[in-house]
Design a protein. Structure first.
Length: 127
């Protein structure tokens, strides 16, 4: 099943940045919950993966290991990520800490912990 993120991006604008800004993600990978890890199943505990996180609607959900994982919402009230994060995507590394926790580290060094849920339908929606 391919998660349709493209529809969510229809309202996204372009954001220019300075030399200190997060890395611009030109062509984000497709988010396929049944695709390859780390988005699809079979992640390995202790492993780290290159990861592109959708941030435009704030930071709350991430597709990992075939399901959606959740964190305490960051920046959702503004319908955009907090300062220091890329928008609409942020590039970084996902480290699988355990069977139900993973830490995303932005290329800028910001970290957020995600916890596994059983959600398979796209939970992200904003204007």
């Amino acid at each position: 099943m391919v998660v349709a993120v493209a529809a969510l991006l229809a309202s996204c604008g372009d954001e220019s940045g300075s030399a200190d800004a997060p890395r611009v993600v030109e062509n984000p990978p497709p988010i396929e919950l049944d695709g390859e890890p780390p988005y699809g199943p079979s992640i390995e505990v202790g492993a780290s993966y290159d990861y592109v996180l959708y941030t435009h609607c704030g930071i709350e959900w991430a597709p990992i290991d075939g399901v959606w994982w959740r964190t305490d919402p960051l920046g959702v009230a503004e319908a955009s990520p907090p300062e220091g994060w890329g928008n609409p995507y942020d590039a970084g590394t996902l480290t699988v800490d355990g069977d139900d926790t993973a830490t995303y580290t932005s290329d800028t060094g910001i970290e957020v912990e995600f916890r596994r849920t059983d959600t398979v339908e796209t939970p992200v929606a904003c204007d």
